[in-house]
Design a protein around this ligand. Structure first.
Ligand SMILES: Nc1nc2c(ncn2[C@@H]2O[C@H](COP(=O)(O)OP(=O)(O)OP(=O)(O)O)[C@@H](O)[C@H]2O)c(=O)[nH]1
Ligand SMILES: [Mg+2]
Length: 379
């Protein structure tokens, strides 16, 4: 009988691994194959496409929204674009931004209460304006707000809406759970109805979208619209009970760590940031205060996974138990100064850029970004 040897398969797609023909399925670089004879291996294709992809996923959107934006454009209305300051970076949808081209946009950057207490409004406005410039959206103004127990700048928001609307219709738009309904309900506490119209629920023509219509004058209205669902944030990837742990309830207190080459920060069982190359780097982590995090050295795949399996860092998700549940991205930080590496829905890490190479592991399909720092000089 001939010798029986084990056939190695790609851990992700299941193709039989081979090092003979790069054009056939299952191809893996020979030295990787030889270096880890018993390891869990990925074929080059899966390694590139599935885990080490360089293109974080853009959120998708509903076709009804196009119809709604076309109506806004036709009416030359004022758009109040609501963003969630804690987590808006992945919520821009380029097609929506293109459709907003030429429309007057007032940005309301909400949930300021979730940021560290010493976060500075001017810095935040500059950050938001910078992000919006990058996506080629030109805005009239940015107002920083909060709703909830301690509201912030609601009156300023209302005044700016009245000032910029100039007898036009006004539409509150923005991602789901950015706080549109909460802001409008605060606004209604200041609002006086001097018209002969009522506040009504309203169906947007040609769509299945519904919202409130609030009269501003006898000819003009403020419309509340439903949010665009954002499918590239962590919130949609975990079970309901965990969403309450991941979405901060109060002001984030940043946690300090330090990464040296080959060490990594595990953020609960949800994400992991490794310093692959570069000098020792102090980092500040901005996530909900209840999330447990720790720096470790060693083999990321093994250590991170064993922490998840043991449940030693909270929270862990039933949906995130295997390496194939995670994407990995390499991020080179070439810029100097304070920089953030962010994970949509979870939060971000702040550091001083110094030519580091980081590798970040995030749940599959979750948006990852790098920008100048959102919250600077906090203790
Ligand atoms: N911490 C904090 N939470 C807020 C704030 N504004 C709204 N929220 C919360 O965010 C969640 C979503 O708020 P909504 O006002 O329903 O958001 P929305 O944009 O109308 O969402 P859709 O209707 O789904 O598009 C709720 O749990 C609110 O309590 C805020 O300023 N700070
Ligand atoms: Mg709403």
């Amino acid at each position: 009988m001939g010798q029986l040897s084990r056939v190695q398969k790609c851990y992700h797609c299941g193709a039989i691994l081979q090092s003979d023909d790069p054009n056939k399925e299952g191809y893996i670089t020979p030295n990787i194959f030889n270096q880890f004879p018993d390891g869990l291996l990925l074929c080059n294709n899966c390694y590139k496409n599935e885990r080490f992809s360089n293109a974080p996923k853009e959120a998708s959107f509903d076709q009804d929204y196009v119809t709604l934006l076309e109506e806004i454009k036709r009416k030359n209305a004022l758009v109040v674009y609501t963003i969630d300051l804690f987590s808006f970076e992945g919520s821009f949808i380029s097609k929506i931004n293109t459709l907003l081209d030429g429309i007057d946009v007032l940005v309301v950057a909400n949930k300021k209460d979730l940021l560290p207490k010493d976060a500075n409004d001017e810095n935040l406005k500059n950050y938001v304006a910078h992000r919006l410039r990058l996506i080629k959206l030109s805005v009239l103004d940015v107002v920083i707000t909060s709703t909830g127990k301690q509201t912030y700048n609601i009156e300023e928001m209302y005044q700016k809406i009245l000032e910029h609307s100039k007898n036009r219709d006004v539409y509150f738009i923005g991602a789901s759970i950015s706080g549109k309904s909460a802001l409008i309900s605060e606004l209604l506490k200041l609002y006086q109805n001097n018209t002969n119209k009522m506040i009504v629920t309203y169906s947007f023509e040609g769509t299945s979208l519904r919202g409130f219509r609030i009269p501003l004058s006898n000819d003009h209205y403020l419309f509340e619209t439903p949010g665009t669902a954002i499918d590239n944030t962590l919130i949609g990837k975990v079970e309901k009970r965990l969403q309450n742990v991941i979405i901060p309830k109060k002001s984030i207190v940043p946690k300090k760590f330090s990464l040296t080459k080959d060490s990594f920060l595990m953020i609960g069982g949800l994400a992991c940031l490794e310093l692959v190359d570069g000098e020792k780097t102090p980092i500040k982590l901005f996530v909900a205060n209840t999330i447990e995090s720790k720096v470790k050295k060693g083999n990321v795949d093994k250590v991170f996974l064993s922490n998840i399996k043991k449940g030693s860092l909270k929270p862990v998700s039933e949906n995130l138990v295997d390496l194939k549940d995670f994407d990995a991205y390499d991020i080179e930080v070439k810029e100097q100064g304070e920089r953030d590496i962010g994970i949509a829905g979870l939060g971000w890490v702040s550091l001083i850029g110094n030519n580091q190479l980081f590798r970040i592991y995030v749940p599959k399909g979750v948006y990852v970004y790098t920008t100048r720092s959102k919250v600077k000089n906090v203790k």
